[in-house]
Design a protein around this ligand. Structure first.
Ligand code: GDP
Ligand code: MG
Length: 381
């Protein structure tokens, strides 16, 4: 009876244990589900992490490839530049020292700035431009938190390129059929040679060029231009030595129009007795040009000999102040280590360098390309 009473479960108890079993099973299933879900989530996370790792690897590889391509491109640019800019060899020696001074410094010290300034001066960048550069680089070092010489080096290249401005090709007349280019500069700077070189470049580009021998002070100067004219097959208008340069220009404009030339380049005298005379002479020539070609002269180019350095700059500055220079031709970059002079010219005169003279031959004239010029200076030999 007891057993019956105690041993036998009541129907409610049966029900209860049944419910417990069901609950247990449900709990079991829930746990299993949870475990499965957890395992699934972990799998997804593992897969995602793996994907991320692969993506990172891919990006790193792409970055490394891009960097390698850039390094190769820079090396190629520099190799090309050092080949094309062989005439800059002497100047490049100084800029290689600049590079070494800056780039190989792990820290930026006062000594670095002093060395850099000294070398910029040695390359004839000139005191005022060198000073400006150093100040600018110091300022950038602070603002941009440069820590290494390599960073300063990159900034130096940027600032040097900035100083030179954008490439500035010759300006041609939009209104009149004739473009007139007036070339001035001291004796021996390379005017006549540069006039002939430009004529050659422009002829090759399909222009019909005429030259005017307006340096009438020396018979040799007239003969020299005529000789070049014959060599490159470009007509030269000249008169006897001692005649009025204005009259030569007048003749040349008529002749250019008659023969259908579209460009007239005028070679002028380097020195008259005084600067005043020279100015008057130029004004007279200008007036004659403007009477027949109202928007001319389209270029007033000063030829500056790089080997004479900062002295030449002093003269050029006076000229630039008195008459409206439109550009400069820097000659003889092949025979000087002072090619840094180009930076002083661009900075000081505020007019673009249009061409550079790279030797004595007719082909030794290059349109000035600031970016390539700077690349060439820093190209490894
Ligand atoms: N090495 C070198 N010599 C040049 C260059 N341009 C001109 N010359 C030389 O400089 C000298 C004077 O040139 P010239 O054209 O007669 O000067 P100008 O008196 O100003 O007309 C000549 O012996 C030229 O051959 C140049 O870019 N490089
Ligand atoms: Mg001359």
């Amino acid at each position: 009876m007891f057993s019956r009473f105690f041993g036998q479960k009541k129907p409610q108890e049966d029900l209860k244990s049944n419910q417990e079993a069901v609950q247990k099973q449900a709990e079991q299933e829930r746990l299993e589900r949870e475990q499965q879900e957890k395992a699934q989530a972990e799998k997804v996370m593992r897969e995602r992490a793996e994907q991320q790792r692969l993506e990172q690897e891919r990006q790193e590889k792409a970055r490394a490839e891009q960097a390698a391509r850039e390094r190769a491109k820079q090396a190629e640019d520099e190799a090309n530049a050092s080949q094309r800019f062989g005439f800059l060899q002497r100047t490049r020696q100084i800029f290689t020292r600049v590079s070494n001074t800056v780039e190989q410094n792990d820290t930026i010290t006062d000594e670095l700035w002093e060395d850099l300034e000294e070398q910029l001066l040695a390359a004839d960048v000139g005191p005022s431009t060198s000073n400006w550069l150093i100040e600018r680089l110091r300022q950038r070092t602070e603002e941009e938190h440069f820590r290494t010489g390599a960073q300063v080096q990159r900034a130096l290249r940027e600032e040097l390129t900035y100083l030179l401005g954008k490439p500035s090709p010759l300006r041609f007349s939009k209104q009149s059929p004739l473009t007139v280019i007036l070339v001035i500069g001291v004796n021996g700077s390379g005017k006549t040679t540069s006039v002939a070189k430009m004529a050659s470049v422009l002829t090759r580009d399909g222009h019909k060029v005429m030259l005017a021998a307006a340096d009438t002070f020396r018979a040799a100067a007239i003969d020299q231009l005529k000789e070049w004219g014959e060599r490159i097959n470009v007509p030269v208008i000249s008169q006897n030595p001692g005649s009025d340069p204005g009259a030569v220009v007048f003749d040349a404009i008529q002749a250019a129009n008659t023969r259908g030339c579209d460009i007239l380049i005028v070679d002028t005298a380097g020195r008259l007795h005084t600067k005043f005379n020279l100015m008057e002479e130029l004004k007279k020539i200008n007036k004659i040009i403007q009477r027949f070609v109202p928007d001319g002269p389209h270029e007033l180019l000063m030829v500056i000999d790089a080997t004479t350095g900062q002295n030449a700059l002093l003269q050029a500055r006076k000229f630039a102040e008195d008459i409206g220079l439109t550009g400069v031709i820097v000659t003889k970059l092949d025979s000087t280590a002072k090619g840094g002079f180009a930076f002083a010219v661009a900075d000081d005169l505020g007019v673009p360098i249009k061409f550079i003279g790279t030797g004595e031959k007719i082909g030794d004239l290059e349109p000035f390309e600031p970016q390539k010029f700077v690349a060439a200076l820093f190209a490894h030999n």
